[in-house]
Write a protein that binds this ligand. Structure first.
Ligand code: FE2
Ligand code: FE2
Length: 191
């Protein structure tokens, strides 16, 4: 199992050591992606501050490229992971309360995508060195996007992930890991 899932960079030496000590599991990948989302949401603030204080330079372009690439790629893959593996485990629970929360999360994925599609051209423009981004609009829309995403992650980590984990059998977890790895390889053959 450890070899099938591409690792994303751990945030600290301690986290790196902990990951090296045991095989990477599918829920580790999901947790790592949440950490990356949090980092990228912060980076949006850094980028807006940089544009306001320093202007549209090479550093701004790099920051915008990193944010754009992350939300176009790994963040969307993460939502697919949840919709293919985590949410179905909640549906199978037959617990109405859990299913209600899961349906909210599923709806959030739609809102997150819609909000991102409105923001994406601005990041793309900055990354490409063009000036057709709107900093005022970004400064208004980014906090809404951040709040939606942070609430979403909080509900997943506090309730839905633990409940799904408790319901996904070990052999199903292996299948989940294989599907996640295969999908990433087929969409990005360089991995
Ligand atoms: Fe989600
Ligand atoms: Fe998530």
């Amino acid at each position: 199992m450890s070899a099938v899932l591409p690792q994303q960079a751990p945030s600290s030496a301690a986290a790196q050591a902990a990951l090296a000590a045991r095989p990477l599991q599918p829920f580790d990948v999901l947790d790592q992606c949440h950490q990356q989302v949090v980092t990228m949401l912060h980076r949006m603030d850094d980028l807006v501050a940089h544009l306001q204080e320093t202007g549209h330079d090479q550093q701004a372009q790099q920051m915008a490229r990193e944010i754009f690439d992350f939300f176009m790629g790994p963040a969307r893959e993460h939502h697919l992971d949840e919709e293919k593996h985590v949410f179905p485990a909640i549906i199978r629970s037959g617990d109405d309360e859990l299913v209600r929360h899961m349906l909210r999360l599923q709806q959030d994925h739609g809102w997150i995508e819609q909000d991102w599609l409105e923001l994406a051209p601005h990041f793309e423009s900055i990354a490409a060195g063009y000036n057709w981004f709107n900093i005022d609009l970004m400064a208004q829309a980014i906090p809404v996007f951040q709040a939606l995403y942070r609430d979403h992650i909080a509900l997943e980590e506090s309730l839905i992930y633990p409940e799904a984990k408790a319901r996904i059998a070990r052999w199903d977890l292996q299948g989940m890991g294989r599907e996640m790895a295969q999908r990433r390889r087929s969409e990005n053959p360089k991995n």
